[in-house]
Design a protein around this ligand. Structure first.
Ligand SMILES: [Zn+2]
Length: 357
């Protein structure tokens, strides 16, 4: 097992799909989105005929009210394949003031498209940072049990240093997906990701399980394998720890970035189909963030919308990539947030989180 010592030419830079840039060039940044992606690993293929009817049917307006059924059972809903569609949706974010975003689609099993992301970046003028490593175990390629940790490590490092398709390079490791309790394969991916971070200076972004202990265990595994917890983005806190203040505080004290990345997902029916998942509202997200800021953790907060299904996009009646800028920021101002606090969350924290060590 080898982990090369870091001596990265990327140190102090952010790596986008069009090449390295200065962190100060990022501006307003959403740190967890998907422009081209599929979530087909989550397809439920239910027994019930009326649910199976969703499998091959297109997403249409009459189905948008049935989000708990659409969410798990519709192939069309699980796919964002159309590049022109992605450009149109991303431009709404740009027109609202967005300058950069992270596409956290992992390297295999969820449709990552390096050249597609590069084209979208050129077409929109947005800086796009591409993900790497592996998502949840449902998306692993066949034979993953036998895949050596070293091979995964080298894949992640190569994505960052030499690039994936067409030489397009990853600028962040993840989203690394996890369920709870962690399996041997998930631990293997976490160790390989941490070693790749130590070798390249790249940040890591994590998709934890909705279980308190998941977060701490993941941070500990990453730290033991050489990653700096302060350079880890812990994602999805909105539906894992949002309503559990002591657990949130404990995680914040571990020093990682704290990402509330499903702003706009306010449909509580999603919890019906996934027991244990608590889908909160944007107000609850804001209150959790304000709790963390009161505890001195402003500099760790990141936000995003994790757009990954059709119903979340504006074309299908969703709130889209501009939701935080158009709907949440004005609410934060009304709640008394200062410009300095807004800039920290939208500009300065993402810049620090995405800068290579
Ligand atoms: Zn995601």
């Amino acid at each position: 097992m080898t982990t090369k010592k870091r001596n990265s030419p990327l140190s102090g830079k952010v790596q986008t799909v069009l090449g390295p840039i200065e962190p100060s060039e990022l501006g307003v940044t959403m740190t967890h989105e998907h422009l081209l992606v599929h979530g087909l690993c989550y397809m439920r293929n239910p027994e019930e005929a009326t649910l199976r009817a969703y499998e091959h049917a297109p997403v249409t307006a009459d189905k948008l009210g049935d989000q708990s059924k659409l969410f798990w059972n519709s192939r069309d809903n699980f796919t964002l394949y159309d590049e022109k569609f992605a450009v149109a949706e991303a431009l709404k974010y740009k027109h609202a003031g967005g300058q950069s975003l992270v596409d956290t689609t992992s390297r295999r099993g969820t449709g990552r498209d390096p050249l597609g992301l590069a084209r979208i970046s050129r077409a929109t003028g947005l800086n796009i940072v591409m993900g790497g490593s592996y998502y949840v175990l449902l998306s692993y390629p066949p034979g993953f049990d036998k895949k050596p940790e070293d091979e995964i490590y080298h894949e992640i490092v190569t994505d960052i240093t030499e690039g994936a398709d067409g030489g397009v390079r990853s600028g962040i490791i993840g989203e690394v997906g996890n369920f709870y309790p962690l399996t041997a394969n998930e631990r293997k991916v976490l160790r390989a990701s941490a070693r790749a971070a130590a070798a390249t200076g790249a940040p890591i972004t994590i998709h934890p399980a909705p279980h308190d202990d998941s977060h701490y265990e993941i941070i500990n595994i990453l730290a033991k394998s050489g990653a700096d917890p302060k350079r880890v983005v812990m994602g999805h806190l909105d539906f894992t720890l949002c309503s559990h203040r002591p657990a949130l505080k404990r995680l914040a004290e571990m020093g990682c970035f704290l990402e509330f990345d499903t702003f706009g997902w306010e449909n509580t029916t999603l919890s019906v189909a996934y027991p244990g998942l608590t889908m909160v509202s944007d107000v609850q997200r804001i209150e959790a963030i304000e709790f963390l800021i009161a505890g001195g953790h402003l500099d760790q907060i990141l936000v995003a919308q994790d757009i990954c299904q059709k119903w979340m996009t504006t074309r299908y009646g969703g709130k889209g990539y501009a939701h935080i800028l158009t709907n949440i920021v004005p609410r934060l101002r009304k709640r008394g947030w200062t410009q300095q606090q807004l800039d920290a969350v939208l500009i300065h924290n993402p810049a620090r989180a995405l800068t290579f060590a």
